[in-house]
Structures are given as structure tokens and as C-alpha cells.
Design a protein around this ligand. Structure first.
Ligand code: M6R
Length: 359
């Protein structure tokens, strides 16, 4: 049931606060991360992490690579499952192999998992569907608790994946003794705050609804961000193209000058993710370069930005992940409202299936 929402995707965006609270439930005790699912994992023999996934789950994996290296100080490498399968990868038993999948049935991800398992690596699935093929194949599973996701465009599953990976990076840091206690406590406090951050602000939603009419034409969108906000930019662009059929790309902001800036003119829409807690000044100069070339700028930030054509103000936050999740919701709502204005079927976009069980 849509419970009064226009589409399942909209309902699922609004559910994110609840399902992230569910995902955290029982996994933080006595100021420490508890993942009973990993009781048999010997982390002393693990010195790196490799993650494979597709689509939105791949974007969650990319965000995890920043968290594993920054928080747990463990090397982390991420690959698209369909690429990994055929590249004759070198697999090391000292590397923990993680797959991420909402459905647990994605063919390429499942096959990548089987390859890793056959090579003798320890395998862990982060999955939303218990008893799915991926869960049955992996040595260990951490279930995300997003509930059934009906919209083809993944929203709440992504939020629970990122939160689970954040938990996991703290767990690994704690188990290996590579995270400082003060940082661990800061991160735990920030994690517990996320369900609050994920409550949709109705007035922001209304603003996005009104703004969306300016973004129906033009020759394309660049979602740009840096660091953790680069995977979020990729995810924002994927949401938009899936349901609006408009051309959108996610790009690391610092890369624009290496080619894509040639596309900049007033018909190019730049959606800039500008958190205050991470590389703000670097982002600012990247965005200024685009503004100087007349790109239409939609700035998502707690700080007003002089050159902005449109500005969505986010809440001033002290932790970058609070900014991450607030901006995630904004990009999801933007895609939703543009798609609705274009008269598309938001929940069942053309050419796509919820679960991709063929390669
Ligand atoms: O079920 P999975 O997480 O393995 O699915 C992977 C992708 O097919 C999926 O994330 C797809 O990209 C979504 N439609 C994105 O919204």
C-alpha cells in the first residue's frame, strides 16, 4: 500500500528514517559495535577488503571504501561485479570479500561471490533479502533491514547499506585496534543521530517540487561532489536517469576540468553537493569554474553560494555523514519530482527490472 503517497518510491524515501533505525537496532551496545553475524570471522588474518556490487549497491560500496580506509585504516578496493568477473582477478585469501545487494539475486554479483568463495576467500554478503541466492552462498551475512523495496529506483535500501557499511568499518577498526577510541565514540554518536537526519523536511520537499519545473529541459545534468560525496553524486545521477530518462552523470568535482567542463553552458545543469564538513573550499572553486562558464547551478549546501541559480539549504551539521544523508534525500526527491512532472511511471521505469537475474 502506498499509504497516501503518490508512488512507492516516495513512500520509501519517507521510510528511510525508520528503516535505518531498524538497521541500527541492537548493533550498538555499550558504546561499541556489535555484529553477532561476524562471530566466526577472524579479522587478524585479514589485511584488506574487496567489495563487488552493481548499480546503487556499487555506489554504497564506493562510499564504504572511504569509510574503511579513513576509519578502520584497512585497504579497500571496490569493483563493479560484471567487470570483476571477466578480468581474471588476483584473489588473496587475506582479503575479505564483500558483496552488496538489495535483492540478493543479481546475477553478476552472485557469480563474483562464487568466484571469491572458490578461491578460498572469506565472503560476506550485505543484503536486504534473507534466504536469497547471495545470502545462501556467502559465508556470512549482515542483513540490511530496509523492508520490501518496491520502487525500481532504490532509495531506502541504499540508505541502509551505507549505514551497515559504516557500522562495519567501525567494527573492523575496533576489532583490529586501528580506530582511536575518541573517533569511535564520535562516529557512534553520529550514527545514532542519522534516523533524525533522515526525517523528510516537508518544506524542503515542497521547495524541490517547485524547483523541479526548471530542470526538465537542457542537455544534461552533472552531479558533482568530492570524497564521500562523489559516490553520492553518482547515485543522484543514477536516480535521475532511471526515472526521468534525462541524461545525467555523476562526477568527482575535481575531474571536471579534465574534460567535461567543455560541455558547460547555460543548458548544462550542475547539481553541486557542497557539504561544510568536507573539502568545502575545494568544491567552491570547482563550482565557480562551472559558473564562470555559464552552467546553471543548483547548489545543495548549508552555505549560501553567490553564483547559485538555485539553492537548497541544508541544516548546518557537525558530522559529514549527517550532511551525506540529508543531501541523499534531496537528490532522491529531486529525481522523483522531475519524473512526476514529466509524467513518467516513477515506480516502473521503462526498460528496467527490480532485480537483474541475467547477466
Ligand atoms: O539488488 P541489487 O542491489 O543487487 O541490484 C543492483 C542494481 O541492479 C540496482 O541497484 C539498480 O541499479 C537500481 N535500479 C538502482 O536504483
Amino acid at each position: 500500500q502506498k499509504d497516501g503517497f503518490r508512488y512507492f518510491m516516495e513512500k520509501e524515501i519517507y521510510e528511510q528514517s525508520l528503516v535505518v533505525a531498524e538497521t541500527l537496532m541492537g548493533r550498538i551496545k555499550d558504546n561499541s559495535v556489535v555484529l553477532d553475524e561476524l562471530s566466526h570471522l577472524d579479522l587478524s588474518s585479514i589485511d584488506a577488503i574487496k567489495i563487488c556490487a552493481c548499480g546503487t549497491s556499487y555506489h554504497a560500496a564506493l562510499s564504504a571504501s572511504y569509510m574503511f580506509e579513513r576509519l578502520a585504516k584497512i585497504r579497500c578496493n571496490v569493483e563493479i561485479a560484471s567487470e570483476f568477473r571477466y578480468k581474471e582477478p588476483l584473489l588473496d585469501p587475506k582479503t575479505l570479500f564483500i558483496v552488496i545487494s538489495q535483492s540478493g539475486e543479481t546475477a553478476d554479483t552472485l557469480e563474483a561471490l562464487k568466484m571469491a568463495k572458490q578461491s578460498g576467500m572469506s565472503t560476506l554478503a550485505i543484503c536486504n533479502v534473507d534466504n536469497s541466492s547471495i545470502v545462501r552462498t556467502a559465508d556470512m551475512t549482515i542483513l540490511t533491514r530496509a523492508g520490501i523495496e518496491k520502487g525500481v529506483a532504490s532509495t531506502k535500501a541504499f540508505a541502509t547499506q551505507v549505514v551497515t557499511l559504516w557500522l562495519l568499518s567501525l567494527f573492523v577498526g575496533e576489532a583490529k585496534g586501528t580506530i582511536e577510541e575518541s573517533i569511535l565514540q564520535r562516529e557512534i554518536a553520529a550514527l545514532l543521530h542519522i534516523p533524525l537526519v533522515l526525517k523528510v523536511n516537508e518544506s524542503v520537499h515542497e521547495k524541490i517540487r517547485r524547483l523541479s519545473k526548471r530542470y526538465l529541459h537542457g542537455h544534461g545534468f552533472f552531479f558533482i561532489g568530492r570524497d564521500l560525496f562523489y559516490p553520492l553524486a553518482l547515485e543522484g545521477a543514477l536516480k535521475l536517469k532511471e526515472i526521468s530518462y534525462l541524461h545525467a552523470e555523476g562526477y568527482p568535482a575535481g575531474e571536471m576540468k579534465h574534460g567535461p567542463i567543455a560541455l558547460a553552458d547555460s543548458e548544462l545543469f550542475t547539481i553541486a553537493l557542497m557539504p561544510k564538513n568536507l573539502l568545502y573550499d575545494k568544491m567552491k572553486s570547482n563550482v565557480e569554474e562551472l559558473g564562470a562558464r555559464d552552467s546553471t547551478l543548483l547548489i545543495i549546501s548549508p552555505e549560501p553560494f553567490e553564483l547559485a541559480d538555485d539553492f537548497i539549504k541544508t541544516t548546518p551539521q557537525t558530522h559529514m555523514m549527517s550532511e551525506f544523508f540529508e543531501m541523499m534525500i534531496i537528490t532522491q526527491l529531486l529525481a522523483l519530482e522531475i519524473s512526476i512532472r514529466l509524467g513518467n511511471d516513477v515506480d516502473m521505469p521503462r526498460n528496467l527490472a527490480k532485480s537483474v537475474t541475467v547477466e
